[in-house]
Design a protein around this ligand. Structure first.
Ligand code: GLN
Length: 340
């Protein structure tokens, strides 16, 4: 939408932007609530471990970890919070953030689209339905297009940029899971098809096979629930990693990325998620979810059994519990006269 609100000078608006305020509750309360929520949902048996990528089928349905990282740098963990798994679709918002930061928010929207699809994560229909054939960067088509826009002349340059960027978000040097990468490369003809379809509409900005390869590597990066919480907390902290103090992306980038997450982060269940949790979040098929409370911090969860849309069952329940009990829901308010 190039001429959308063309009378508005976004740079001018950004320069005068004010933000809402507030912090997480006291450290001891945060840790206690994290443990209470974990105990509450640990024995929940619903959901199925993904197996369409063969290497993911080995995950134990019992694994369950979570972490909260505050914008003041506090790190709270429970259960398998340090267990590593492949990041999968939770990489999408972070690579999108890197691309928005290097291209600018308007150009990224023009080339990638930012509207919700209401359709599954690997939808081909979503491409066909949109008038300008853009989707949004949280579903596979838009995410592969996003990866194709990553700075770099070769696939290796783009991959290095992605790995370095994700590592800066996490505050440590991340690495690829070679087994998951090889396994997905042997079974990702659908993503290759999506990339070629986008290419036929001039919505792929690099060789489609090479872009799908870099995207598949990006999805195979190993992280823990704690890493996801640090990465999310960077988006919650105006683009500065609250643990390392490093600026990773601009504050204006974070705002845009979180808006897209709110509409599409949990695929076709994004509306239900927002209704229950009231925060932008992003799920992945290996069982991770990252949820961002702007200005306050982020929650990272990991539990492999998924619901029909591919979102972790225990992760969604625990995040909802934490959003309510930590006072994170962006849409919640209380009448002024009832406030203490
Ligand atoms: N790498 C996976 C895919 O492209 C990511 C999907 C997901 O996590 N939902 O199919």
């Amino acid at each position: 939408m190039p001429d959308r609100w063309s009378d508005v000078d976004e740079g001018e608006l950004d320069a005068h932007m004010l933000v809402s305020t507030g912090h997480l509750p006291a450290d001891t309360d945060v840790q206690a609530l994290l443990e209470e929520g974990h105990a509450r949902y640990r024995s929940l048996g619903d959901g199925v471990v993904a197996d369409y990528i063969p290497a993911l089928a080995c995950a134990s349905p019992e694994w369950f970890g979570a972490a909260i990282v505050g914008t003041r740098g506090g790190v709270f963990q429970v259960g398998d919070a340090r267990h590593e798994f492949s990041i999968q679709s939770v990489s999408k918002p972070f690579v999108f953030a890197l691309v928005v930061d290097s291209l600018g928010a308007d150009e990224a929207r023009r080339r990638l689209g930012v509207n919700s699809t209401g359709l599954p994560f690997n939808s081909v229909m979503a491409i066909e339905l949109g008038d300008d054939r853009t989707i949004n960067p949280m579903v596979n088509a838009g995410a592969i297009a996003t990866t194709s826009l990553v700075p770099g002349d070769t696939a290796d340059d783009k991959w290095r940029f992605v790995l370095r960027g994700l590592s800066r978000f996490a505050g440590r040097a991340l690495a690829i899971d070679d087994e998951v990468y090889a396994s997905e490369m042997s079974s990702n003809r659908r993503n290759q098809g999506i990339a070629h379809l986008l290419d036929s509409y001039d919505r792929m900005y690099f060789d489609p096979d090479a872009a799908t390869d870099v995207y598949t590597r990006q999805c195979s990066v190993r992280v823990s629930a704690t890493d996801l919480a640090v990465m999310g907390a960077t988006l919650a902290d105006g683009g500065v990693n609250p643990v390392t103090g490093e600026r990773v992306v601009a504050a204006s980038t974070c705002r845009r990325v979180l808006a897209v997450l709110a509409t599409a982060g949990l695929y076709e269940h994004s509306g239900d998620w927002l209704y229950d949790v009231g925060l932008p979040g992003k799920s992945g098929v290996s069982g991770g979810i990252v949820t961002i409370a702007p200005g306050k911090g982020a929650v990272g969860t990991f539990s492999p059994p998924l619901d029909v849309a591919g979102n972790s069952v225990r992760g969604q329940r625990l995040t909802r519990f934490l959003s309510d009990r930590l006072g994170l829901n962006l849409f919640a308010s209380q009448p002024e006269h009832e406030r203490g």
